[in-house]
Design a protein around this ligand. Structure first.
Ligand code: WT7
Length: 644
């Protein structure tokens, strides 16, 4: 099969698609010709207290200033809740499916509004004001969405930390943005196991003096220590609150949330998103990419700890009045049919997941899928990493019974929402390609020197002009924002990804071109893992690279140089794996550790990662020029002792 094979899924949806191929072309042309006019119209998707008159005011040069709808005033929670009460107050907003297949819940728009207002009032009682930072460290329970929207209601900036992160990772995120309140739970549940959230939080808070109050959701009911004066049960502080709460009027450019993500260097960055542009982008992309129609059940399997959960479980679907399914569990518990059983149980129409989940489920064959109906499914989505054509075709044929278009959606924490993806009724798909930019998005390819590349070719992926959902800054460090995204190829936003454009103008994302790796759709900085390793008392030096991995996309390959006198034993290898898991979290488990007596360095001391990546990938026949190394001999040793 040719990799450019076109898959056309017109019969299933083209008759009633929201956007047809002709409309897609017209929108793309209109957005490029007059962005301000185009986005002035799309701004009407959200509920404004004062509609904007200034639409676009953005610059990718100098100090990099990105402002959209800047004189508009709104509150994100009103767009997600209040404005739906008159028309769909009794419709299910959140359809919650527990880790245990016997537990589920339906929360209507009216219920959700009341629950958000009660928590918002309680947060105000705890002294939370507009602009304060509130950290959320919760499992996938309804309270996670309630907490996000309650923060938005009072104008607090939420910073969600994924429940799988370690106490250290939680602490450094709380410290960086000086959060004053933490919202957590006694425990989480995943795949039949408990996650000790409150215990982790207590450990983190030992080094977080900025936290004044902790709100604890009683989730599993396990007894946890409560610190008098600091810790409050969620139930206790919300129970007596009124079910109404005046929304804080927010400028379009007032922050909505911070979300930490990994880069090539240093500690994770607090990516800052603001209110107006982000909400417009969340609504626009959710409706168009998923062809969302009122009444449909939409399920994104991500965790709210990642940006996908922010934009495509909470803000986008709720802004569009959708029924959004929130799943506490994992794809293979209690069985590998779980996803499809949930699809049948709740008659899911739109399903959005990650390639790593598809690849894992492929291993168990077609039978666990085929024993379910899946007749309700209409659209399938993919996100987080490149989807290999084999996984794409399995998803299409086995899961979607060759009926459902697949939207392979390329985007990033920094982009706020999807930038490159087919619109399912408008764009023919090719397995493995994210296809075309959404109307309003201007991708381009540049070579290493920043020269624009035209036609069918491969290069570094940049975006030429701003779109409303774009991140505005790195919290507390605008200089780092400029350096990271706007200095490599001046005048453009640099994504950190490489891409190929084919003869039809379709985009194929080839993966990161920087020192970021993507493990099961989770983004990690190799520098973070290295600093965790060198923090171990027996480690002198470490270099970490990605290696190809069948299930995870990329695995974590570590080269470790021990301090003089330390023995490279199997016990120490296990200890280092456990150490990194404890320092960062289980998602950062090293897949391979190679003892390295020395690392390949240039004479100026720079580690040549290109060589380390090749050895990890077992491409040792093509190491390239090693003559600039201070000691070419180390390479021979590393090749001979490659792990795996
Ligand atoms: C990186 C961003 C997008 C939300 C989840 C991850 C990779 C993401 C795709 C895709 C190829 C993809 C890129 C990107 N990526 N989606 N459809 N095809 N690659 O967000 O943690 O900020 O990671 O994920 O490398 O830069 P994130």
């Amino acid at each position: 099969m040719s990799e450019t094979q076109l898959i056309t899924v017109k019969p299933a949806i083209a008759d009633h698609a929201l956007v047809t191929a002709e409309q897609h072309k017209a929108m793309t042309a209109a957005a490029a010709a007059d962005p301000a006019a185009f986005w002035a119209r799309e701004a009407g998707r959200v509920a404004w207290m004062t509609p904007p008159t200034i639409i676009k005011n953005t610059s990718f040069t100098g100090d990099v200033s990105i402002r959209w709808f800047e004189d508009g005033i709104l509150n994100a929670s009103v767009s997600c809740l209040d404005r739906h009460l008159a028309t769909r107050g009794d419709q299910t907003a959140i359809l919650w499916e527990g880790d245990d297949p016997n537990s589920d819940a339906r929360v209507t728009y009216r219920d959700l509004h009341g629950r958000v207002c009660r928590l918002a009032n309680a947060l105000r009682d705890l002294g939370v004001q507009k602009g304060d930072r509130v950290c959320i460290y919760l499992p996938m329970i309804v309270e996670a969405a309630v907490a996000m929207l309650a923060c938005a209601r009072v104008g607090a900036i939420h910073s969600i930390v994924f429940g799988g992160f370690s106490p250290d990772s939680l602490a450094s995120r709380i410290q960086d943005s000086e959060c004053t309140v933490l919202i957590t739970a006694d425990e989480g549940r995943r795949g039949g196991r408990a996650v000790a959230l409150k215990t982790n939080a207590d450990e983190a808070l030992a080094t977080c003096p900025s936290i004044r109050a902790v709100v604890v959701v009683r989730n599993t009911g396990r007894e946890v220590p409560m610190q008098a004066g600091r810790d409050h049960w969620y139930e206790a502080i919300t129970a007596g609150q009124p079910a109404e709460c005046a929304p804080e009027p927010m400028g379009a450019e007032d922050p909505l949330f911070i979300l930490y993500t990994s880069g090539s260097t240093g500690k994770p960055k607090g990516v800052l998103h603001t209110t107006g542009g982000y909400m417009v982008w969340a609504s626009y992309t959710h409706e168009l990419v998923f062809d969302y129609k009122p009444g449909e059940v939409y399920w994104c399997t991500a965790d709210v700890g990642w940006v996908t959960g922010h934009t495509y479980i909470v803000y986008g679907p709720l802004a569009n009045g959708a029924t959004t399914l929130m799943f506490e569990g994992v794809p293979n518990y209690p069985s590998v049919s779980r996803f499809w059983e949930v699809v049948d149980k709740h008659q899911v129409n739109i399903f959005y997941t990650a390639p790593t989940a598809i690849r894992a489920l492929m291993r168990d064959g077609e039978a666990p899928v085929q024993k379910t109906s899946r007749a309700s499914l209409r659209i399938l989505g993919s996100v987080g990493e490149p989807i290999n054509p084999e996984a794409w075709l399995w998803y299409y044929r086995v899961v979607g019974d060759s009926r459902c278009p697949i939207v392979d959606t390329w985007w990033q924490t920094e982009t706020g929402g999807i930038l490159i993806s087919p619109l399912p009724g408008a764009v023919d798909q090719k397995p493995g390609s994210a296809t075309l930019p959404l109307p309003g998005v201007l991708p381009a390819l540049v070579d290493g020197e920043g020269n624009r590349l035209e036609g069918a070719t491969e290069g570094n992926l940049v975006i030429l002009d701003s779109w409303p959902g774009q991140a505005r800054s790195v919290y507390g460090d605008h200089e780092r924002f400029i350096q990271t995204y706007f200095s490599t190829f001046p005048g453009t936003y640099f994504t950190g990804d490489g891409a190929r454009r084919d003869e039809d103008g379709y985009w194929w994302i080839t993966g990161r071109v920087d020192d970021v790796i993507n493990v099961s759709g989770h983004r990690m900085g190799t520098a973070e893992i290295e600093s965790a390793l060198v923090a171990h008392p027996k480690v002198a030096e470490a270099a970490v690279v990605g290696m190809p991995h069948d299930l995870k996309g990329q695995g974590i390959y570590c080269y470790v140089t021990l301090k003089t006198g330390e023995e490279p034993t199997e016990a120490l290898r296990k200890e280092l794996v456990a150490w990194v898991r404890k320092e960062i979290g289980p998602i950062a488990s090293p897949d391979a550790i190679q003892w390295a007596p020395g690392l390949p360095k240039t004479r100026s001391g720079k580690i040549m990662r290109r060589i380390l990546r090749k050895i990890a990938a077992n491409e040792t026949g093509a190491l390239g020029d090693t003559s600039t190394l201070a000691d070419p001999g180390v390479v021979t040793d590393l090749v001979a002792n490659r792990v795996g």
